[in-house]
Structures are given as C-alpha cells and as structure tokens.
Design a protein around this ligand. Structure first.
Ligand code: ADP
Length: 162
C-alpha cells in the first residue's frame, strides 16, 4: 500500500495545488495533505481556515485527508506511516530547492521517497502569493482558485482594505 503526504503552506489552496492533489490521489492509495505551521511566515489565513478550505475543496476525493503539522516533513511522513512525499514542480526555479530538500529527506530516511508532479501548463506560474497579490488589487482571481476559496480571499481583503 502506498501512503503519501503532500506538505505545503496552502495559504490559500490554489487550482495548481488541487491539480497536483487530484493527480496524486489517483496513483497512491492514501494521501494526507499536511498544512505547515510555519513560524517564519505570517500567513494570511489561519491554520483552521487553510484546513477548512482544503477539506471543502477535496471532499469529493475519498482517499484524501488534511492535517496540520509542525517541524520536519520527514517526521510528519513517519508519523503517518507514509512512504512517499508528494511535491509539485513549476518553473525551473522550483527545481534546485526541491532537489535539495528531496536529497536531504532521502538521506534522513531512505524508506521514504519524494514523488514529483510537474505542473499542468495552465498553472505553471500560479502560486498562493500571486493569488494574494492579484486579490489585494481587487482583480479577478477566479482562474486561479476554486469558487469557495475565491469568496474567502475576497472577504479577507475587503476586511483588510476597509
Ligand atoms: P511551500 O511553502 O512548501 O512551497 P506551497 O503551498 O506554496 O508550500 O506549495 C506546496 C507544494 O505545491 C510545493 O511542492 C509547490 O511546488 C507545489 N505547487 C504550488 N503551486 C503549484 C502549481 N501551480 N503547480 C504545481 N505545483 C504547485
């Protein structure tokens, strides 16, 4: 049985993340999305909000679940009995840092492998940061995030900008 974790900040979840989640859920038996508590970044959405958006947008995928985690991805994988870490690759800029993280993780535990999914072309330049920037200027984010997330991002910025 292949159990995988997919770690990230998901601040907020985008169509790019969902594309990776949907494709990964087809090739592994179980997929646990790990939402990182990152003390170095100050997220726009709270942990509860990020988890809720992920749960809502993946509810149709029966083998996908969502959890918060803190610390090293490799420990999160071990705690879940996962043997695979899923990551997405967009432009070449992702490549160097992702290779490094994957090598380190493999040297920490060679029973756990990283599986990379290359982005679908339409999401190649999409990130949570881009979504927040476009929304900040009140522009249309409907091509970047699911409907439920769009509403939440808009109301966040309405509160901030008002
Ligand atoms: P992190 O802070 O760990 O980069 P993110 O939430 O930004 O967290 O991303 C989580 C994972 O999803 C990373 O592997 C990232 O490369 C991948 N990812 C993010 N956006 C996209 C996208 N548009 N297409 C493919 N993969 C993506």
């Amino acid at each position: 049985m292949t159990k995988a974790v997919y770690p990230g900040s998901f601040d907020p979840v985008t169509l790019g993340h969902l594309d990776i989640i949907t494709r990964a859920a087809k090739v592994v038996d179980e997929l646990v999305i790990g939402v990182l508590v990152n003390s170095k970044k100050s997220p726009l959405f709270s942990m509860e909000e990020r988890i809720e958006m992920l749960k809502e947008t993946t509810a149709h995928l029966p083998n996908v679940s969502v959890q918060a985690f803190e610390g090293m991805t490799i420990d999160f994988a071990r705690q879940n009995g996962a043997n695979v870490i899923i990551r997405g690759l967009r432009a070449i800029t992702d490549f160097e840092s992702e290779m490094q993280i994957a090598q380190i993780n493999h040297s920490l535990d060679n029973n756990i492998d990283t599986m990379f999914f290359t982005t679908s072309l339409e999401y190649a330049f999409l990130s949570s940061t881009v979504v927040k920037e476009v929304a900040y200027y009140n522009s249309d984010i409907s091509k970047f995030v699911p409907k439920a997330v769009e509403e939440k991002v808009k109301s966040k910025f309405n509160n901030i900008n008002s």
